[in-house]
Write a protein that binds this ligand. Structure first.
Ligand SMILES: Nc1ncnc2c1ncn2[C@@H]1O[C@H](COP(=O)(O)OP(=O)(O)OP(=O)(O)O)[C@@H](O)[C@H]1O
Length: 809
């Protein structure tokens, strides 16, 4: 068309990208001013200094020395201000060209409009710090009378414990459990605080009973032919996570040094089923398993004979009875009952007639006679703790305690300050080399773990994990060629080896990744923000959505790491894990139930050692959690320390030495770091999506606190805008919506099996009981869509169908 042609032929001057100098006329003065500023922005954009200035002008800071704002802001709910016309990052947009559909940004100050705390600082804080050190409550007994042999263990086993495992005396729970279970076949509840040695409390009597059985069999056979791996499977130990199963298996293996003929093995999800089948075919006497995988083998591995099983241990029994596992446990018990009845063969000498079921946990309720389909007949309660007084127990239900020597504190931190406060706490914790070795930070969901891992390791070197090195090695054709070269001593092979040795070195676990960018598999990296000049701090990430081989190698790398390190993780690491040298636990997101909280903080202060734990609470309702924290303490909360965000920021971000301090640097640093993270998130679509996904999943997870604690963690009282800032987001909460599955979950979705579907059905019908959205072998972790559906349903029910308001879709 003629008109089009004319338009196309308009002269644009010598510099085609120069802004027009048109004077704006007509319209409202505000519009003209806006257009003029937009024009200036366009001209200044090419000036490198402009970005900095512009950012600092737009970044709202606290204090009276804030720069004047460049354009009118519109007041929104809660007293926050938001720009009326921003695009892209922080500058005003050209009203002529800007795309209208882009979401508006909210750039708020960290230090304004934060809600005030309702709890007052604890006055006795100083006194508490100076108080006498508390006697550890989970340490080995010190009386000379408390020996393993006096409890009924054979001298051989007791010697092995001392000489090979460095265990001299039993802990209180071991003393009680061993004495009971070596002589009696009653079912039992073993309840004792975290880190008190419950694993050996049930393993020692089982091993001792098998040793005795073998001696009996040998005597019956005239001095020959004790038990062998072919004699049968006598004990099964179930644990909720693969990591815990592996850990139990490691302790068992080391104990079996005292009785080499007893053979133990594991069947846990995430490993090759064929090699597990082969192991079962060879014959095992003790099996450590996760419930789902055991059901699988019971249904499909003929060689797995459970007719002789006489000890069934449910480690973390209360967790195993929760959402997702109950169906599997029911199946296991029914199949064992059925096969035990069918067996006709002559019993092995010394084999007990009935099966003993043992439930073990720091938080098991010992008055429950029936758990799911498991009936505990005349179960004996074995506890190391003195019963709390009756009135207290009635009022608070079952009150379990944290180890007495654990130093506990809580930090009242407004939503907006959460991220900077976490960074400040970690910075301070690792400021002095050697003061803190290992820290665990618990978060509510895998997305949040991934996001915080990336934020804290921004600009840091990424490391190679063990399994990655293996995988990488497999992919390199030259290395696999090398493996095939035969015989080993050929000169060609030697030359090839030399040539490739540099490549191999680069691949060693813990080495710095080449290329620098984080990919989905990276689980270890240096955290510049919390590292000192001479103190590199590594961060690890861990959650149930990572492939099993990565999980295993990450845990191994964290365990073996001799330097300062932090593991950011979900509850997948909260139960039972015994990680050495963990001296600090941070609950960045409070646990889903008070029992889970005790398990989390129990990753430190184990076996009589010291430890610290800190929980983040938001001002307002969440401060009600302090009463729950007090419940978990023997001193009625006197030793509980309170911190607030400003104090923690000052401590973490004030320069320690060498510089003259104005006393306000911490505020500047906090603001600068926060804004820097926000820009970093905006600059990359990947990071932005990660932040949004983390925010969204965090809110979903928040809605799943147990019913009894929902008054404290009430999703309706969450300030979603403030919370978004803690995820480095400038989006309005209503516009944050990330569709689809998290990256890497598509494959997991395809491979889901019907057993998990059945579990979910069971979970739905079990109703009411909340669960962490990241367990192991549990449906939530293997099928995130289904999990999201369950959570959505729960959230909807809770909020009267208002889920869309919170973008839970
Ligand atoms: N008698 C003992 N003397 C010294 N150390 C011990 C003794 N028994 C166990 N330990 C050590 O105590 C630590 C905690 O043991 P374990 O993991 O069995 O505790 P737990 O009670 O099962 O904890 P959780 O409830 O967290 O699972 C381990 O490192 C273990 O080696």
């Amino acid at each position: 068309m003629a008109d089009d042609g004319m338009l196309l032929n308009f002269a644009v001057g010598d510099t085609p990208w120069a802004p027009k100098t048109t004077a704006y006329k007509g319209g409202r003065w505000k519009d003209r001013l806006t257009a003029k500023k937009a024009l200036q922005y366009g001209q200044n954009k090419s000036n490198p200094d402009y970005k900095k200035e512009n950012d600092s002008r737009n970044d709202v800071r606290s204090g009276s020395n804030s720069e004047p704002r460049p354009f009118k802001r519109q007041k929104t709910d809660g007293g926050e201000y938001k720009p009326t016309h921003t695009t892209g990052r922080t500058g005003p947009r050209d009203p002529n060209n800007a795309p209208r559909q882009r979401p508006k940004e909210v750039i708020s100050s960290l230090f304004t409009y934060n809600p005030t705390a309702t709890t007052a600082p604890v006055e006795e804080e100083e006194e508490v710090e100076d108080a006498e050190p508390v006697q550890p409550s989970n340490a080995p007994l010190s009386s000379e009378l408390d020996t393993f042999t006096s409890l009924g263990l054979s001298p051989n086993v007791a010697r092995h414990l001392l000489e090979k495992m460095g265990i001299k005396a039993p802990t209180a729970i071991q003393a009680k459990a061993v004495a009971q279970l070596v002589k009696d076949d009653s079912d039992a509840f073993i309840q004792a605080e975290t880190g008190s040695g419950k694993t050996l409390a049930y393993l020692l009597p089982i091993v001792q009973r098998l040793v005795t059985m073998s001696e009996t069999a040998r005597k019956a056979n005239g001095g020959t032919g004790g038990l062998t791996r072919d004699s049968g499977l006598f004990a099964i130990i179930l644990a909720p996570t693969r990591e815990l199963s592996k850990q139990i298996s490691t302790v068992l293996e080391s104990l079996l040094g005292a009785a080499h003929w007893i053979v133990a093995g594991t069947v846990i999800g995430g490993e090759k089923k064929q090699s597990e089948k082969a192991r079962l075919r060879k014959g095992l006497n003790i099996l450590v398993a996760t419930p789902g995988r055991l059901v699988d083998h019971l249904e499909h591995t003929e060689r797995l004979d459970v007719s002789n099983v006489r000890w069934l241990v449910l480690d973390e029994g209360d967790r195993l009875m929760e959402l997702g596992f109950e169906n599997d446990i029911q199946k296991i018990v029914s199949l064992m009952n059925l096969r035990m009845r069918k067996v006709q063969q002559a019993p092995i000498p010394g084999l007990p007639e009935k099966r003993t079921t043992v439930l073990c946990s720091a938080t098991i309720k010992m008055d429950v006679e029936r758990l799911g389909n498991i009936t505990l007949k005349e179960a004996v309660s074995i506890s190391a703790e003195k019963p709390r007084d009756a009135e207290d127990a009635e009022k608070n239900g079952h009150a379990f305690s944290a180890p007495a020597q654990l130093k506990q504190s809580y930090a009242v931190v407004p939503a907006k300050l959460r991220l900077v406060t976490l960074a400040a706490i970690l910075r301070r914790a690792f400021a002095r080399k050697g003061s803190v070795m290992k820290t665990i930070v618990f978060m509510s969901c895998a997305d949040s773990v991934d996001f915080h891992f990336e934020v804290l390791t921004r600009g840091g070197e990424k490391k190679i994990t063990g399994s990655e090195a293996k995988e990488e090695r497999k992919k390199n054709p030259e290395l696999s060629e090398l493996d095939k070269m035969n015989p080993i001593t050929t000169t060609a092979k030697k030359e090839k080896e030399k040539e490739l040795s540099n490549y191999e070195k680069k691949l060693a676990p813990g080495k710095i990744r080449q290329g620098g960018s984080i990919d989905d598999q990276c689980t270890e990296a240096i955290a510049p923000i919390i590292s000192g000049k001479e103190n590199d701090v590594s961060i690890f990430r861990m959650h149930g959505s990572l492939p099993q081989n990565i999980r295993t190698s990450t845990l191994k790398a964290f365990t073996n790491n001799k330097d300062a390190s932090v593991m950011v993780c979900t509850d997948v690491a909260s139960r039972g894990l015994d990680l050495p040298n963990v001296d600090f636990v941070i609950e960045y997101d409070p646990a889903f139930s008070k029992d889970d909280h005790l398990h989390r903080i129990g990753r430190t202060a184990r076996a009589g050692r010291e430890g610290r734990a800190l929980i983040f609470l938001q001002p307002g309702n969440e401060e009600g959690y302090v009463d729950i924290l007090k419940e978990g303490r023997r001193d009625a909360g006197h030793g509980l320390t309170r911190h607030d965000a400003i104090e923690l920021l000052k401590k973490g971000l004030t320069p320690t030495s060498g510089t003259v301090s104005s006393g306000r640097e911490w505020e500047e640093k906090a603001t600068d770091w926060q804004l820097d993270v926000e820009r970093w998130a905006l600059e990359s679509p990947k990071h932005l999506e990660q932040a949004r996904r983390a925010y969204q999943s965090h809110i979903r997870a928040y809605a799943t606190h147990v019913a009894a604690e929902r008054g404290i963690f009430n999703i309706k009282t969450l300030h979603l805008g403030h919370l978004a800032k803690a995820f480095a987001l400038r989006d309005k909460p209503g516009s944050i919506k990330v569709p689809g599955l998290r990256p890497g979950k598509e494959d997991a979705k395809k491979s889901k099996d019907s057993r998990h579907k059945a579990n979910i059905k069971g979970a739905k019908s079990s109703g009411g009981k909340s669960s962490a959205p990241d367990g192991d072998d549990a449906p939530q972790m293997t099928d995130s869509q289904e999990a999201a559906r369950i959570m959505r349903a729960k959230t909807k029910a809770m909020m009267g169908g208002g889920a869309s308001e919170f973008n839970l879709g």
